[in-house]
Design a protein around this ligand. Structure first.
Ligand code: ADP
Ligand code: MG
Length: 364
């Protein structure tokens, strides 16, 4: 299973309209051989429709789907040879685990010895080699989902399509299976297309994340690049948490430029990108990129006095809601270890951030 060749996938100007509803609205992207691409977006943004078009269950209004530069848009699903895993496990309740995994091979009329060897290999891959004789109802939710995964991998599909496969599981199990899926992906070397509305899942597993909104693909990139360089308020907000400061450009300052917000002056690193003094600007500021102390930082380019409104402790860290005159409320996240401020509503604190901690975004 590990030796098989991975395939690439290309989506070109894909549209799917249902009457006036543009479920998918001119979406294009490429998945490199062996990559793990995640379509991330809120409910109703068109993720499942894209996946179903790739699988062949949804007939696109227009556009093309290519595997290794071969157009497959008109091919029926059974000719595409793609593995699929969905939210519901949809295992056959009367078949054993091994029977479930063998099913796609029996449909394909493989020789018995071949079937046995492949089933064993697929079950070992998802660490269920010892449970082949059980019935689905004798398994936990996580184990059932792993059987579904083994069943999708066993016929060595060209691509594996996964639509929110972990969303029915509880948080801890989900995190565990995220690790397993990622390591599985590395071991089999197959191309994975994954759909989720869960940003943590997308960030932790993918080589590439494509963010969807109202049928459109709004930004894609490697998880770290998307998180650190969102182009719009929507992306900054959907992928992680962010504060937003609306301001007006003032002029160049060192290697960056200054802007005014809430009666204060701040510095943004990087080029002004054609912005002129007086132009409106919106910058995104991640809560964990702000430091918080009882005294003003002597080194940070941006400083702001604020007051603690409330806080929420979550073990490894603390989320603070603070209020600054002229600016309003901001969220700041700090590690709980060696906090430099009291957990006390009304306490005066200093916020500080570097000029490259913020990023200008389009207000969409
Ligand atoms: P997601 O998976 O991101 O939640 P979907 O792809 O399921 O989104 O749906 C995208 C949009 O298309 C939604 O507005 C949904 O109501 C609509 N839609 C999906 N399938 C159909 C259908 N068969 N008929 C009409 N509208 C549909
Ligand atoms: Mg969906």
């Amino acid at each position: 299973m590990t030796t098989q060749q991975a395939h690439s996938l290309q989506i070109r100007n894909l549209r799917k309209h249902y009457g006036a509803v543009r479920a998918v609205d001119d979406v294009s992207f490429t998945v490199k051989r062996g990559d793990f691409l995640t379509l991330l977006g809120p409910s109703g943004s068109g993720k499942t429709t894209v996946l179903m078009a790739i699988a062949g269950f949804v007939d696109p209004t227009s556009g093309d789907i290519l595997v290794d530069d071969r157009v497959i848009t008109g091919l029926p699903p059974e000719k595409r040879n793609f593995g699929m895993v969905f939210q519901g496990y949809a295992l056959f309740p009367h078949l054993t685990v091994a029977g479930n995994v063998a099913f796609p091979l029996e449909v394909r009329k493989l020789a018995r010895a071949d079937v046995e060897a492949r089933v064993k290999q697929a079950l070992d891959l998802v660490q269920l080699g010892h449970l082949g004789d059980r019935l689905p109802k004798q398994l936990s939710g996580g184990q059932q989902q792993r059987v579904a995964l083994a069943r999708a991998l066993v016929f060595q599909p060209e691509l594996l399509l996964l639509d929110e496969p972990l969303s029915a599981l509880d948080k801890k199990l989900r995190a565990e299976l995220q690790w397993e899926l990622k390591s599985l992906h590395q071991r089999v070397g197959m191309t994975f297309i994954y759909v989720t509305h869960d940003q943590d899942e997308a960030l932790s597993m993918s080589d590439e994340v494509a963010i969807m909104r109202e049928g459109k693909l709004v930004q894609s990139g490697a998880p770290g690049a998307l998180y650190d360089r969102p182009r719009t308020r929507f992306v900054a907000d959907f992928l992680g948490k962010s504060n937003f400061l609306p301001g007006k450009v003032e002029g160049r300052e060192g290697s960056g430029f200054a802007y005014a917000a809430g009666g204060q002056r701040f510095v943004q690193a990087g080029h002004a990108d054609g912005r002129q003094p007086g132009d409106a600007i919106l910058v995104a500021l991640r809560p964990e990129k702000v430091s918080l102390g009882h005294a003003a930082s002597s080194t940070a380019r941006n400083r702001l006095q604020a007051e603690i409104v409330s806080w929420s402790y979550f073990g490894t860290g603390v989320h603070f809601l603070v209020k600054a005159p002229g600016i309003g409320e901001l969220t700041v996240t700090r590690p709980s270890w060696r906090l430099d401020v009291p957990l006390e509503a009304g306490a005066k604190v200093w916020l500080a951030w570097d000029a490259d901690a913020t990023i200008p975004v389009a207000d969409d």
